[in-house]
Every structure is written in C-alpha cells, then in structure tokens.
Write a protein of this length. Structure first.
Lengths: 298, 455, 301
C-alpha cells in the first residue's frame, strides 16, 4: 500500500514540475491579462490614469451600440463563410497533392508558399495588386472585358476580397494538416473498397471522412479561433475596416476603441464578450463531437 | 453610437473614486491593476527625457529624411550642449506611435515629450497629461503664433502644445495630362460642379480624374472638413458648441463626395497606393486633394515632372476655404522632469530668440517645405526667399490665408462624421439621412461631455 | 503578362494533352488511363500553384523595379535594378533587423518546444488530480485573443522590467496553448508500455521524458518548430508594442519603417519584403517533407 502512495506522490510531484513553466507562463501572460481585461470591462477608463467603476454600463452601451452589432454581423458572416471554405479548400488541395503526378512536390510547396510570408507584407502586396484601374488584377480583368470592379473599395466586394486573401494565405497550412491526416489512413482500406467495386465518391464518404474525423475537428476548431481572434493585421493594412465599415470585424472594432479612441474599458468589455462567445462555441463543438476524442480515457 | 454611459467625465487629475473597493473582487487582479488605474507617473526622476517622434534618429538614409532628422538633432544638441536635463529622442513610425502611446500612458510610462495631432489632442488634454507651456513662454512669443495654429492647442490662456508647422490642403493637378485632354491652365475648375464634370470626363483607362481620400480614418475626415466649411457649414458650431451637421452645407459636401465616386470621377482606391509622386509620374491622376508636404515630395522625387497647385474649388458663388494640419510638441505633465521638458520645447519652438526663429525657418523651409506657425518665422522665410518656388508661393499667398486649423474633435465626433462620409461616399448612402444620424450621435454624446471646447 | 496567358489557357489545354494521338497507341489500357489522370492532375495542380504564387512572383519582380516603374501593372520590369537591395542593406541596418528576428524567433521556438513538451508529457502520461481540468483550462487560453489583452500584458511585462529588451520580445511569446495541445495529443497516442520498463528500473520521470519521450517526438517537434518559427518571424503587433530601441527592431518593423508619414517607398518595401521572406522560404523547402511526416504521426490521426 505504502509503495503505491509513494509512487503516486512521486508522480504528482513530477507532474507539478513538468507543468510548472508553462502553467506559470500562461497564468502570467495570458490568464491574468484576460482576467484584468474582464475587470476593466466594468470601468470607465481614459487611459491616462483616470477611471470610474460603472458596473454594467459598458455592456448596456454595447447592446445599444449599432457599430457593435454591425461589427458582430460582419464577424459572423466572415466566420460562417471563411471556416467552411478553408475546410473545403484545405481538404481539396490535400486530396489533390496526395496523388502521384509529375512535380507534385513543387506544386505542394507552391501552394504552401503564401503561409510563410508575413501578413503585413501579404496585405501590402494585395492592396497594390487590387488598386482600381492600375492594379494588376484590374488590368488583367479589363483584358477580358470586365471593368470598373473595385475589390477593396466597394462595400459589396470588400469582405469577400478579405476572405479570398485569407484563404489564399492560409490554405497551405490547412492543406498540410489534412495531408498528414490523409496519409495516416491505411491504404489497405482503399484497396479493399476498390475490390468491392466502391466508387471514388463512396470511398471518400465511407472511408476518408470517418477516419479523418479527428483532423476535421482540429481544423474546424483551430480555424474558427484563428478567424475570430486573428485577422486584425490584415484588416489593419488592407481596408482599415472600410469601405463604410463593411470589413470592420469585432477584433478591429476592439482595437479601434482601445488604441485609437482610448476607450479601454469599453474595449475590454467587447473583448470579454468575444472571448465568451468563443468559449461557448468551442464548448459546444466539444460536446457535439463528444470531446473530439480529446479525453485520455478514449 | 450611443453616448458614453458614465454620468460625467471626471475632471482631470482627480483621485480615483471610492468605488475602487470593488476592484478587490480578485486580489491578484486588483494588485496587478493598480499600475493601470493609478495616475502615478513613471516614478523615476533620473534618466534622460524621452522624446517620441517620427523623424529622429532617421531610420534610413533618404536625403530628405536625413535633413529632417538633422533638424531635430540640432535642436536636441543645442539643449543638451547647454548642460540641461538630457533629451534623448526615440524614433517610431506613425503606426507604431498609435500603438505604443496608449499602452505607454495606460501603464504610467508615457514619454516626456511627444508629437500630437489635433485629432488626438482632446483625449490627452482631458486626460490631464498635457503640461501647460504658457508659464514658460514670453507673451511676445505667444502672440507670435498665428491664432489658427494655436487655437486648437489651447484652453483659455493655457497652451498645451506648440505647433511646428501649418500644412494646408489644396488641389494638385497634372498640367501635362490636362493639356493632352485639351484643358489649358486657364480652364481649371472654378467650382464643385466644374470639378466633378471635368474629373469625370478625364477618367478613363488607367487615368483617374480626381483623387479624394477613401480610407476611413482621422486623415480622411481631415480632408473632408474644408468641403463642409466652403458651404458655410460646420460639424460643430465653435461658438455655441452645438452640432450643426444636419444642415444644407454638410449635406451638400457629403453629396459632393458621393457623386464624385458614383460618377466615376473619383476611384474607390487611390492610385499608386496613395503615393502622388508615382501616380503623377505615371499619368494615373489629373487632380489630387493633398497637402503642402507633397510639393517637396514631388520636386525632390520627380524633379522633371510638372505639376500645378490650386485652392480647393468652392461651390458656385462661395469662397474657397482650406484646412491647416500639422503636428505640435507636447510635454507629459507626469513625466520625469516636466519643467525641463517644457523649457526644451519652448526653447526649440516657442522662444523669441534669433536661434529659435532661424531654426524653425529651416524646418518650414528646406527641411520640410511647409508653412510656418509663427509670424517671425514667416518673415525670416520671406526674407530668405523660401516662397519663391512657384507652388510654395501659391500656398503662401492664395491658400494659407483661407485656412482654418484642423478641428480637435474627440473620437465619437470623428467616428460619427466618418461613418456618414464613408456611407455616402462609398456605399451609396443618402446624404440627408446620414447627416441627421451623425447629428444625433454627436448631440447625445455632447449632452454628457465635459472637457476642452470642440474647436 | 506571360504568366497570365499560361494561367488562363492551361485548363483548356490540359485535357487535350493526354488524348494526343500518341497516347492512344499505348498497349496497356489501365496504365494509360492512370497516366492520363496524372497529367490531368498535374495540369490542375499547376494552374492552382501558378495562381497561388502569382502575387509573390509579382512582389519579387517588383523588387527589381525602379521607383518610376514600381506602380505600373506591368509584371516584368523594363529596367532591372538591384538598387533596391543595395539600398535596403547599405542605407538601413537591415542585417541587424534580420539578426534580431532570427534570434528572437529561434529563442522562442526552442524554449516553447521545451516547455510545451514537458507540460504535454505531464498532461498525457502522468496521473495527478485535476488533470482534465488543467488541460481544459490550458486549452481555454487558446481562445484569448491578443488585442483584447495587449495592454494588461504590457503592464505585466513592464512590471517585470522587460520593456525594450530581448526578454520582452521573447518571454511573452513563448506561452501558447496550441503547441501543448498538439503535443499532448501525440503523447496520448504512444503505447502504455513505453515507460513501464524504465519505471521498473527506477528511472526518474525526468529521465523518461528526456531519453524516451523527447527522442520519440523529434518529428512532431520539428514540424512545430517550423510553425513556431514562422509565426514569430512574421509577428508584428507585439514587437511594435514592446520595443522602440532601434537595436531591437525586428524585420517586420523594419519593413514598416519604409512607410514614412508622407512617403511610401514601395520599391524598397518590396525588396525588404522579399529579403524577409527568404529565410522562411528556405526553412520551408528544407523541412517540407518532415512537416508532413511529423504531423502524420501526431495525435491528429
């Protein structure tokens, strides 16, 4: 009996030791700032040392703030369009480059390439290429008779453009993740299915998708988080939230309130709501997939 | 946007309210939040005074940037050479400054001396971090500043920043391109409708008729205000401090910008990413609304390219009017040694001694090529022939006198105007509806606003 | 414009190629079909790859353009110039920026992999009370987004005296739940017998971690290393917030400083951007096989 408890104690002590660096770091640099942010949401703060406790006023203001709702709507559209698209494009590319064909290695690298470039540079390059009239895209389009489109200047097109550029930037990363998942599926399954006369579509539905479930879950979850919390740099350089607020994501609105308008309390309140939303969304995803096979006891 | 929910803005410098107890919700959180919420300064009184700016030390060797950087160097050397509390400058890009300043001030670690634009002025002034410089100045020197340059940096007799320049906006044009389309310099647009008509007819292929700013931001509003003023209208009446945006003038100005884009005269994205030098060199734009700083950009970077400058056309029967931008130096009232910092700023920009005036004339003359903020500097520059260059001459004689200082509207007012402008200009919004919505937002904000006047 | 021609005409041409008279004479049918499919896939892949690379190609070609030409829609520069690169390295301490980015990214990567693998090992292989809760708490930190917490984080970093230092650039960037999450999934999938023999022999947990678990995780660590390095090399907002000392300027900030208040030197920006992208491109080309191989053996299967 005593031997087991001593081993248990040893194991616990070891666990504490192994966990300590990350646990301390995450607490100091992520958890405490987040808690602080939640606390700040109940204050009016001018950013110069003056503050006032105002209870839920920031939240009341949020509910009445048309700009908050408009940004929430933009974020939701961005999320609902981008996440499935990234999924489909990433998986599609992975299915493509998984095949054997000439120069597949080079093509695979080419598809991943945008991901290695910084968002700041990428946004500048696209902004340049998408300029009305003189940009390279406008020049190409006018050769095939399409004139007068303004991809970044038309509120109807701007969000779509941001989504397209984001997909272009990130598809290589998700392609690699999917590729790894696909290559883990034993080839014998496919051989057997082929002998049974299963069509390519049947093989995809019956073998690929079920066995890819953990990868799917991972991609959906991480891309959702990345879509909601990321995207600031790109909006910042590409559109500044315009034209006419059509690309003003919540994360950009928060940035604007905190840094440009100095309204730290309100920014913290909106930020807290955003994190809460993500928390609920991902918890729902965990539940829906029964933990996405995350549990040790699986 | 709804009004700020807090009942009243705390007067500057007051101590935190007793409700701080509620902070003790979490001990750790409370302990960590003290630096954020307390109004203490940086504490340490030693070490050099930090001067955040976007000129010095120059990050690259472009001759123009080096000249501007040298100007700062000389001002700092003069101060440090006299054995005063050492000033040490920190270079930042303007984007970095936007990011870094709020973070630094929120943590009580703001710079001792920094640059500020009218758009940010009221936030800092109402926050109580700007030091009144008037006690350090002679009355002669205060009177030497042009009223338009100083009004937006003062509160009664107190002066919270010294402007280093006045930068008027104008309409730049490409005479070669106009000539090619059969427009002589005598046929330049005389009023709004003239301008739109001409610009629309010039827009074809890679050429754009009229470039107006399109990206939402303080700068876009800055370029929009003069069109409002030309109608006789305003956003907020400086005398009554009431919003007057829901009126014919502002509606007409919004409508002008909307029509400019709708008629194809104005592109939805600026050519050459907003760089007038490349755009004019490549024949991408005929007219461009921009500021005096671009005279030097064009003459330095494209010496062979001909260009012209004219006042912004007004509506038929109205007077032209423009806006005066520019940056001011401020002192952090909670800095290491605000008194020394104030004396440094006054010595560099706001003293009647010859050295100061001569040095300022170098900034507005050869280094930056814009308009001075002081009469004595103006005289010095006239004597030196700084305005002999044809474009500077037009700016100095025709455009500058029609100028008015950039208004120092707080963020909510800026955002209300920006939303209206963006909607009408780029999303086909109705000028009347947007003006009225902006008016309501500003009205409800001002009901609870306390702080410096909105001029 | 040549690229345009290839891009747009390729899809039309692709199916025509394999059905050329020559391939019809091929004796083995299935083989012929497979090769036809292969060429079809190649064509699709090529089109996608060209479309993907086009903006980057445009960036690289633009970096050889003169200032007069950099804004023209023409893809190929009329006059090739190396002037922009000369400028970037001679007039700006760009080498220093590259060094700073390299040092910071490498330090973050090494420390992060070390700490994360330790934490993941404990979460996956050691038994202790509250393990699942701690894991979920760590996972939840992934949902916190930087702009929400940047000011509080800055205050903490300042309290620790790390503003304007390498430590300020490195330390806060280390802690990120993504790596812990991925590594834990990998360690969970390892067989139970792994450490049992060692434990019976009386080996310490540290020894098991160091000489059994770490060597086994080499492939996934190398994949994460690439992702971490890329993310930190390209990071921008945090370095902009925490440093102002020119000696600490990282490459992304260096690129940005070409955008002066009133002038944008696009030819320099493009050259600088190309230089900044080279190390990450190199790393990807060298490691691309390992990346796929390693993620494959991770807990994502």
């Amino acid at each position: 009996m005593s031997a087991i408890t001593s081993r248990e104690r040893r194991e616990r002590r070891a666990a504490l030791f192994f966990l300590a660096p990350d646990a301390i770091g995450l607490t100091v640099f992520v958890a405490i700032p987040m808690l602080l942010s939640v606390v700040l949401g109940f204050f009016w703060i001018d950013g110069f040392g003056n503050f006032d406790f105002i209870g839920l006023d920031n939240y009341v203001r949020m509910v009445k703030d048309p700009q908050f709702w408009s940004s929430a709507k933009v974020t939701l559209i961005y999320l609902v369009v981008l996440v499935p698209l990234i999924f489909v494009v990433g998986l599609g590319l992975a299915l493509l480059v998984q095949q054997k064909f000439p120069a597949v290695g080079v093509i695979r690298s080419a598809l991943f390439l945008p991901y290695v470039i910084s968002i700041v540079v990428v946004s500048m390059v696209w902004q340049f290429m998408l300029t009305d009239r003189t940009g390279v895209i406008a020049t190409l389009l006018s050769k095939i008779g399409i004139d007068g489109l303004s991809f970044l200047g038309d509120p109807k097109l701007a969000l779509g453009t941001v989504i397209a550029v984001t997909i272009w930037l990130q598809m290589g990363y998700y392609m690699i993740i999917f590729l790894a998942g696909l290559q883990d599926i034993p080839t014998e399954y496919y051989e057997a299915a082929r002998i049974d006369g299963a069509s390519a579509r049947q093989r995809f539905r019956r073998i690929t998708m079920p066995l890819l479930a953990p990868t799917n879950f991972f991609v959906l979850l991480t891309s959702m988080v990345a879509v909601v919390t990321g995207g600031l740099d790109m909006i910042f350089v590409l559109t500044s939230g315009g034209p006419a607020n059509s690309t003003s994501l919540l994360i950009f609105y928060i940035y604007q309130q905190a840094f440009l308008f100095g309204d730290l309390g309100y920014a913290a309140a909106v930020g807290s709501v955003l994190v809460l939303f993500l928390l609920i969304f991902s918890a729902a995803m965990f539940l829906a997939t029964r933990g996405g096979r995350f549990s040790n006891d699986d | 946007m709804p009004p700020r929910p807090h009942p009243s803005r705390r007067p500057r410098g007051t101590s935190p309210s007793p409700t701080r107890r509620t902070l003790l919700a979490g001990a750790a959180a409370a302990a960590a939040s003290v630096p954020l919420l307390s109004s203490c300064g940086s504490g340490a009184k030693d070490g050099p005074l930090t001067f955040w700016n976007f000129y010095h030390p120059a990050p690259q060797q472009d001759p123009n940037l080096v000249a501007q950087s040298d100007w700062f160097q000389k001002a700092i050397d003069r101060w440090n050479g006299a054995g005063e509390h050492e000033v040490s400058s920190v270079y930042m890009t303007s984007d970095q400054m936007n990011q870094r300043m709020p973070v630094a001030f929120a943590s009580g670690d703001g710079p001792d001396i920094f640059l500020i634009s009218p758009g940010d002025y009221l936030r800092y002034a109402n926050g109580g971090v700007l030091l009144d410089l008037s006690p350090y100045m002679e009355q002669d020197a205060i009177d030497d500043f042009y009223p338009d340059a100083l009004t937006t940096r003062r509160d009664g007799d107190k002066i919270f920043g010294l402007p280093m320049e006045q930068e008027p906006l104008a309409l730049f044009y490409d005479p070669d391109l106009l000539e090619k389309k059969g427009i002589a310099e005598g046929d330049l647009p005389k009023d709004w409708d003239d301008l739109l008509e001409m610009a629309a007819s010039l827009s074809s292929g890679t050429t754009t008729g009229l470039v107006l700013d399109v990206d939402p931001g303080y700068y876009q509003n800055f370029t929009f205000y003069p069109w409002v003023w030309q109608t006789g209208g305003d956003v907020i009446d400086p005398k009554t401090q009431k919003p007057v945006f829901d009126a014919d003038g502002p509606r007409a100005a919004l409508d002008l910008w909307g029509r400019a884009v709708a008629s194809g005269a104005t592109p939805r994205t600026r050519p050459a990413n907003g760089d007038i030098v490349s755009a004019f060199s490549s024949g991408y734009a005929a007219f461009w609304e921009t500021g005096v700083w671009d005279v030097m950009s064009l003459t330095d970077n494209a010496p062979d390219k001909k260009f012209g400058v004219m006042p912004l056309p007004a509506p038929k029967g109205k007077e032209s009017s423009t806006i005066l931008g520019g940056w001011a130096w401020c002192v952090n009232a909670r800095g290491k040694d605000p008194e020394a910092a104030a004396r440094f700023v006054v010595q560099s920009l706001g003293s009647m001694d010859r050295e100061c005036i001569d040095h300022c004339a170098v900034w507005n003359g050869p280094a930056k090529g814009n308009m001075p903020a002081r009469k004595s500097v103006d005289q010095k520059m006239q004597a030196e022939g700084s305005y002999d260059e044809e474009h500077q001459k037009i700016f100095h004689e025709e455009i500058l006198p029609t100028g008015r200082g950039e208004p120092r509207f707080p963020p909510v007012v800026y955002k209300a105007v920006s939303d209206a402008l963006q909607s009408v200009e780029l999303a086909g919004g109705d000028p009347a509806a947007e003006a009225s919505r902006a008016q309501q937002t500003i009205e409800s904000y001002l009901e609870t606003y306390e702080g410096g006047s909105l001029v | 414009m040549t690229t345009d021609a290839t891009t747009t005409s390729a899809p039309g041409r692709a199916p025509a190629d394999p059905s050329s008279p020559r391939s019809r004479t091929s004796p083995v049918r299935p083989r012929k079909r497979r090769s036809r499919t292969a060429w079809l896939l190649f064509a699709v892949g090529l089109v996608l790859a060209l479309a993907t690379v086009f903006p980057l190609l445009w960036m690289v070609l633009g970096s050889f353009k003169t200032p007069e030409e950099v804004n023209s829609p023409q893809l190929i520069p009329k006059t090739f110039t190396l002037e922009n690169y000369v400028y970037v390295f001679s007039q700006v301490p760009f080498a220093r920026y590259l060094f700073n980015s390299f040092f910071v990214s490498a330090a973050v990567t090494v420390l992060a992999l070390w700490f994360h693998s330790m934490a993941a090992y404990a979460l996956a292989r050691l038994r202790f009370p509250g393990r699942e809760k701690i894991f979920l708490a760590i996972f939840a930190t992934m949902l916190v987004s930087a702009p929400v917490t940047i000011i509080p984080t800055f205050i903490i970093v300042r309290t620790l005296g790390m503003v304007d230092s390498y430590a300020g650039l490195i330390v806060p960037a280390i802690f990120n739940a993504f790596g812990i999450f991925l590594l834990r999934q990998f360690y969970v999938s390892l067989p139970d017998e792994l450490e049992e023999a060692a434990l019976v022999d009386g080996a310490s947990y540290w020894k098991i971690y160091w000489s059994i678990v770490l060597p086994l995780s080499r492939p996934i660590l190398s994949a994460l290393a690439v992702f971490f390095f890329l993310a930190n090399w390209n990071s921008f907002v945090w370095p902009m917030t925490v440093t102002s000392d020119p000696n600490l300027r990282v490459v992304q900030l260096g690129i940005q400083s070409f955008q002066q208040q009133y002038a944008a030197d696009w030819n320099y920006i493009l050259a600088a951007a190309t230089v900044a992208a080279l190390p990450t491109l190199g790393i990807f080309f060298v490691f691309q096989k390992q990346i796929v191989a390693s993620i494959k053996t991770s807990g994502l299967k």
